[in-house]
Design a protein around this ligand. Structure first.
Ligand SMILES: Nc1nc2c(ncn2[C@@H]2O[C@H](COP(=O)(O)OP(=O)(O)OP(=O)(O)O)[C@@H](O)[C@H]2O)c(=O)[nH]1
Ligand SMILES: [Mg+2]
Length: 288
C-alpha cells in the first residue's frame, strides 16, 4: 500500500491539490486511488471523499459539547482519531487503492503535537508507505523574514514526522502578482545560500539583534541541508506531473511498480517485448 499525506498551514492549497492530483492520477495515469479526508473541519472539500473522518467525529459537535474553540476542537478530534485508528483502518484499507490523505491546517500538529505523529505511525504500521507533501503558499517568498519562518516550520515538520517529505511552494501561478521577489524563483526552491536572504532583511523593522537571531536560524536550516521546495501550480499538468514523479520516488511507489513490471517484463521478454520501453511509456503523462 502506498499513499501521500498532504499537510500545511490553513489555506495553503491542500484540498485543492488533493482534487487536482486525484484527477491527474485517475485520468492520466489510470491509477486506482482514494481520497481520505483527515480534516474534521473540512465541511465542503472540493472533491468527493471516499473516506471521511467526519463520519467518526465532527468538529462542530466537539466545539458545542466541550465548549472548545476551533483550534482546541481540532486537536481533540485528532486525539480521538489517534485513539480510534482501528475504525479508520477498516475504512481505508478495505478499498485497496493508492491513498491521498487531506489533512487539517493546524501547523502545531506537524511540528510538535504528538497526535498526528502517532496517527502517521499507525498508518505506516498498516504496511502503507507514505510520503508527506507539505504545502506552503508561495506568497511567503515575498518577505525574507516570513520565508525564514517557513523554512523553520518545514524543517520542524520533517524532523517531527520522520517520513519521506516533499515541500511544495503552492499557487506559483500567482507569484508575479504578489509583487517583486528579491531573487529568482530557484533561490527559494533550492534553498542553497541563505546569507543573501539576511541582506534583504529590512533593518527598519528588524533590529540588529533580530538580524543576528535570523542569522543563527538560517545557519541551522543550512546545517541540516534538508529543506528545498517544488513549485506547484495545480492548473498546470506539467507541474503536477513533476511533483507526482517525485512523490512516487519518495514513497517507493515507482520501485514497487518497477518490480511488478519486471515480472511482467520478464514474461514479455520471452515474447520479444522490450521491458524498458514498456516502463518509460507507462511514465508518460497525458499533457493535454
Ligand atoms: N491561483 C491558485 N489558487 C489556488 C491554488 N491552490 C489553491 N488555491 C486557492 O487557495 C484557496 C485555499 O485552498 P484550499 O485548497 O482550500 O486550501 P487548504 O490548505 O485545504 O485550506 P484549509 O483546509 O482551510 O487549511 C482556495 O481559494 C483555492 O482555490 C493554486 O495552485 N493556484
Ligand atoms: Mg482543506
Amino acid at each position: 500500500m502506498f499513499g501521500q499525506l498532504v499537510i500545511g498551514p490553513p489555506g495553503s492549497g491542500k484540498s485543492t491539490y488533493c482534487r487536482a492530483i486525484a484527477h491527474h492520477l485517475i485520468n492520466s495515469i489510470k491509477r486506482d486511488i482514494i481520497i481520505v479526508n483527515l480534516d474534521p473541519a473540512n465541511d465542503r472539500p472540493p472533491y468527493q471523499a471516499d473516506v471521511d473522518v467526519q463520519n467518526l467525529i465532527e468538529v462542530d459537535e466537539v466545539m458545542e459539547r466541550l465548549s472548545l474553540g476551533p483550534n482546541g476542537a481540532i486537536i481533540f478530534c485528532m486525539e480521538y482519531i489517534e485513539n480510534n485508528m482501528d475504525k479508520l483502518k477498516e475504512m481505508v484499507t478495505s478499498q485497496k487503492a493508492y491513498v491521498i490523505f487531506d489533512c487539517p491546517g493546524q501547523v502545531e500538529l506537524y511540528t510538535h503535537h504528538t497526535a498526528f505523529r502517532n496517527i502517521v505511525d499507525a498508518i505506516s504500521k498498516w504496511g502503507m508507505q507514505l510520503c508527506v507533501v507539505s504545502m506552503v503558499d508561495s506568497h511567503y517568498c515575498t518577505d525574507p523574514s516570513k520565508f525564514i519562518s517557513v523554512l523553520l516550520t518545514s524543517l520542524s515538520s520533517m524532523m517531527h514526522l520522520e517520513l519521506p517529505h516533499i515541500n511544495v511552494l503552492s499557487k506559483i501561478d500567482l507569484i508575479d502578482k504578489m509583487g517583486p521577489l528579491a531573487f529568482k524563483l530557484n533561490f527559494y526552491t533550492e534553498v542553497l545560500d541563505l546569507s543573501y536572504l539576511l541582506d534583504e532583511l529590512d533593518e527598519r523593522v528588524c533590529s540588529r539583534r533580530f538580524i543576528k537571531l535570523n542569522k543563527a536560524l538560517t545557519g541551522l536550516v543550512e546545517d541540516y541541508n534538508l529543506v528545498s521546495f517544488y513549485p506547484l501550480n495545480v492548473q498546470d499538468i506539467g507541474s503536477l506531473h513533476r511533483l507526482c514523479k517525485a512523490v512516487d520516488k519518495a514513497n517507493g511507489y515507482v520501485y514497487g511498480e518497477l518490480e511488478e513490471r519486471t515480472v511482467v517484463g520478464l514474461s514479455q521478454s520471452e515474447s520479444g517485448v522490450d521491458l524498458e520501453y514498456e516502463y518509460d511509456k507507462s511514465m508518460q503523462y497525458d499533457n493535454r
